[in-house]
Write a protein that binds this ligand. Structure first.
Ligand code: 5GP
Length: 114
């Protein structure tokens, strides 16, 4: 299967502004930021979307969420607050079929989301 753009970023085959990485996940700045801070956190494993995750991925998903909070702290977002977003499928607003968690901060987030 062809690699997704996020697999290529994680493998450093195409450039991105990487802000955190470990054996399991990579975080990099979104190319079209929707907030003053907008980072994407992706598992190295190419799970297409949360709907396709299985119980095999339980530890990885826990790691992803804990790292999202750690990356947000490292970026100085934790005091004022931030938002984590996972889009799933067409109506969910997903455009890249590789599971990713948006970390958004630096402005007040509205609710409900658009
Ligand atoms: P989705 O709409 O699937 O939830 O989010 C995909 C995100 O990936 C979008 O916010 C989009 O701006 C970002 N994105 C798409 N292609 C690239 C790329 O090549 N590099 C980076 N850094 N971000 C990308």
């Amino acid at each position: 299967m062809n690699k997704t753009i996020f697999e290529k970023i994680a493998a450093r085959e195409i450039p991105a502004d990487i802000v955190y990485e470990d054996d399991l996940v990579v975080a990099f700045k979104d190319i079209h930021p929707q907030a003053p801070t907008h980072v994407l956190l992706v598992p190295r494993k190419p799970i297409p979307r949360i709907n396709e995750a299985t119980t095999e991925d339980q530890a990885l998903l826990g790691h992803l969420l804990l790292k999202a909070a750690e990356v947000a702290r490292r970026l100085g977002l934790d005091q004022r607050g931030y938002r984590l977003v996972i889009n799933n499928g067409a109506e969910g607003g997903e455009s890249v079929p590789h599971l990713h968690c948006h970390i958004l901060g630096g402005r007040h987030m509205r609710w409900p989301p658009g």
